[in-house]
Structure formats: structure tokens, C-alpha cells
Design a protein around this ligand. Structure first.
Ligand code: CA
Length: 257
């Protein structure tokens, strides 16, 4: 096969890769632990992750789901990673999808990332989650332009600022300290505004489905959260009680600025 340069692949598709969702990433890796690590690392950065444990399933998912990038292990049972990459490059729906190779040896990866099959980059195992997500963002940036937006990285309205990455909360410019649970409760409310949730729903959605705590726990945390964020916790502006139903983050009352 004639070596093909990465550049020619790009110019062959002037409109750039057609990806339905720039934050959708496919990982093809037979080792479950590594797949899991990749998935969790990317999900923490706001990506949605599709998983395939072998090459055939990976190819099928790539064709059907049009991921924005593929993370591809070289040592796969059945269809090898090398062959998967060749086939991705050979077919129209996936011809330009950026491919990040996972491999145990960098020498091997150098070859595939070079001219041979046109992968975009590689990460050698063992890798750190931080390194992996940085590489994924870099190949997405190179392929599609600027980095895709993370939805709701910061909530900032009416004097309430919640930073979802640094876990910092400011009220009218003043930093306030919250426990992790209080922060999670607040994050849930600001990302689900103007809807009433009862205590059972909040327990399930914020504490998780496998938590066995009293519904009263919710009230306790709401009270603490109000004490920290409300300007007057006897007259809550943000987290309001809807009598007989539950609690609501009332965004409509917030004045911008
Ligand atoms: Ca493997």
C-alpha cells in the first residue's frame, strides 16, 4: 500500500470530518480496565464515550455513530488496531475521523502515526488520564478548529457564580465554602432550573440511586446550602420551597448582572 500522508487525508475532505457531535468519542480497546479509565477520564471532561471491545464492533460503531474522534488500541483480538485504522481511512463516513492510537511501545506507534496508516497521534501505556484527555482535545482542535465548548463550565447569573471545574462558588464576588455535597446539590439546581424536585428525586439524582439516607437529610442540606448562598436565608431567593411538593432553583427571580 502506498504510504499516505496525514495532510492528503485532510484535504481530501475540505469540509472537514462530518461529526454529529464534537464531544462524542469512540474507544476501541479490549481491556476493560483501560476502556473504563479512558471513559471516566473523558466523561469528566464533558465528553460522551462509546465503547467497543473489539475491532469489528468498533468499526460498526464508527460508521453508524460518527464519533468526533476514535481512540484505538493496537493490540486487539481478531481485527488488529492497524487493520481497523486502515479500514476507517478507506471508507467515506470515517475517512477523516481523527484517530488516537493506544499502544505499549512508542516505536510501534511512531510507524502508524507516521505515514503508514495515518493515525493522528498516540499515547503509550501506561498513560495518565490528564495526558490522554489533553491529546484528545489537541487532535479535536487540529481537526475541527477551536476546542469544543464544555456545556455549563461556569454558571454565572445574578451574582451567583458556580465554577464546575474548580468547585468554587462566589456570591456577589465573595468566595464561599461549601462541602462537596452542598456543592453537588447547588450544581444540580443551577443546571436544572425552574423545575420542582421532591426529596426522593433529589436523593436519587444528587446522592445517587444506592444511597440509603433519610429524606430529611435533603432538608438538612438545603438549609445549610441556603445559609451559605442566600442573602437572607429566611427569605430564600434562589432555592425556594414549593409547599407540599419540594424544592426549586428559581432562575426567573435572578436579575442578570
Ligand atoms: Ca489490547
Amino acid at each position: 500500500m502506498r504510504p499516505r500522508e496525514v495532510e492528503t487525508k485532510r484535504t481530501a475532505s475540505p469540509a472537514g470530518p462530518v461529526a454529529g457531535d464534537r464531544r462524542k468519542v469512540l474507544v476501541i480497546e479490549d481491556e476493560r480496565d483501560i476502556r473504563e479509565l479512558v471513559r471516566v477520564s473523558l466523561e469528566n471532561e464533558g465528553f460522551s464515550v462509546l465503547e467497543a471491545a473489539d475491532g469489528d464492533l468498533g468499526l460498526a460503531l464508527a460508521r453508524r455513530e460518527r464519533p468526533a474522534a476514535v481512540i484505538l488500541d493496537l493490540m486487539l483480538p481478531g481485527l488488529s488496531g492497524l487493520e481497523v485504522c486502515r479500514r476507517l481511512r478507506a471508507e467515506e463516513p470515517t475517512v477523516a475521523v481523527p484517530v488516537l492510537i493506544l499502544t505499549a511501545r512508542s516505536a510501534e506507534a511512531d510507524k502508524v502515526v507516521g505515514l503508514e496508516i495515518g493515525a493522528d497521534d498516540y499515547v503509550t501505556k501506561p498513560f495518565s488520564p490528564r495526558e490522554l484527555t489533553a491529546r484528545v482535545k489537541a487532535i479535536l482542535r487540529r481537526s475541527y478548529g477551536r476546542a469544543p465548548e464544555t456545556p455549563h463550565e461556569v454558571y454565572d447569573r445574578g451574582g451567583l457564580r458556580v465554577d464546575f471545574d474548580s468547585y468554587e462558588v462566589h456570591i456577589d464576588g465573595n468566595r464561599i465554602e461549601l462541602s462537596l455535597r452542598e456543592f453537588e446539590l447547588l450544581r444540580f439546581f443551577v443546571t436544572h432550573p425552574n423545575r420542582v424536585y421532591d426529596r426522593a428525586q433529589l436523593l436519587e439524582l444528587v446522592w445517587g440511586p444506592d444511597t440509603y439516607v433519610e429524606p430529611r437529610t435533603v432538608d438538612v442540606h438545603i438549609r445549610r446550602l441556603r445559609r451559605r448562598i442566600e442573602r437572607d436565608d429566611s427569605e430564600p431567593e434562589w432555592i425556594v420551597t414549593v409547599r407540599g411538593v419540594g424544592y426549586m432553583f428559581d432562575e426567573r427571580r435572578l436579575q442578570d448582572g
